[in-house]
Design a protein around this ligand. Structure first.
Ligand code: MN
Length: 283
């Protein structure tokens, strides 16, 4: 187990330290998000990780929530550095991680961490989420990645969520899981004081109802405007889901995969397709 004090000595590159051999274990973490580089969630995440890892923040300039894995391929991307050292990009969360891993960074990070998002990313949210998209981009490049979200959108107890994120990352690192084959974790943290947050529950994704109706308004110029409606309420929040765990005050952790193949129905479709090609009645 690597003690926190050792990390600090390594990060200071203390030449008199007798623990320099451990310094190769210092994690290099790339942080991104979808709420933008000024969002309290990414600042809290950086503050929580900066003394236990070499941390680089590369995040969207503006809010890119619900941008999923979108990449910008029809216009150039620009990278600027803010006064706090964060780099920001006029693109999506996946753009940030993509350009970081394909030339912007001169090294390969050990871990990509996304968040902490302003609001839950549970169930169907994970398909749309830019927070998950940033983490997934790291995973697609073969790097372990975690997306963190707070369940409510009020930043309440953000310090507790950041502390929990740091603890989870440190324990994954201490178990030597960060340098192994890539994985993708989706973590939601309830907005509770640190002492009241329960254990980490391994969950499957729940399901949501379809989104609420589109909101129609008239613009000052008399045109009809449409606003995408709110996400639907939970449709499957049974025990074992992320919805259930967080409602009980626990952190939910769901390992995600990217393969969208409907493996369970491959047999059904094999049969169906042979009916289609032979013209047989398969009803
Ligand atoms: Mn967001």
């Amino acid at each position: 187990m690597i003690e926190l004090a050792w990390y600090k000595k390594c990060l200071r590159r203390d030449p008199t330290s007798t623990i320099q051999r451990y310094c190769s274990y210092i994690m290099k973490i790339l942080i991104s998000n979808d709420d933008g580089f000024t969002a309290p969630g990414i600042v809290a995440l950086f503050e929580a990780l900066k003394d236990v890892a070499e941390v680089e923040v590369i995040a969207p300039e503006h809010n890119n929530s619900a941008k999923s894995n979108a990449l910008t391929v029809t216009s150039p991307l620009y990278v600027h550095r803010a006064s706090n050292g964060f780099r920001y990009v006029n693109g999506t969360p996946a753009d940030c991680v993509h350009i970081a891993l394909t030339g912007l960074l001169e090294y390969r990070p050990d871990l990509v961490v996304s968040g902490i998002n302003n609001g839950a990313n549970m169930g169907d949210d994970t398909i749309y989420s830019g927070t998950v998209g940033a983490a997934m981009e790291g995973y697609l490049f073969g790097i372990p990645a975690i997306a963190f979200s707070q369940v409510q959108r009020d930043w309440l107890h953000l310090d507790a969520a950041a502390r929990k994120a740091r603890e989870l990352i440190l324990s994954l690192h201490q178990q030597q899981l960060v340098t192994r084959s890539p994985w993708l974790l989706n973590v939601n943290v309830p907005n509770l004081p640190y002492a009241d947050i329960g254990t980490v529950k391994l969950c499957r994704l729940g399901r949501r109802h379809a989104a609420e109706r589109v909101i129609q308004q008239t613009s000052p110029r008399g045109e009809t405007m449409y606003w995408i409606g709110a996400a639907g309420a939970a449709a499957d929040d049974a025990e074992g889901t992320d919805f259930h765990a967080t409602a009980q005050g626990h952190m939910s952790m769901t390992p995600l995969q990217v393969d969208l193949t409907d493996h369970d129905h491959l047999g059904y479709w094999a049969q169906t397709i042979s009916c289609l090609s032979t013209g047989a009645d398969c009803t």
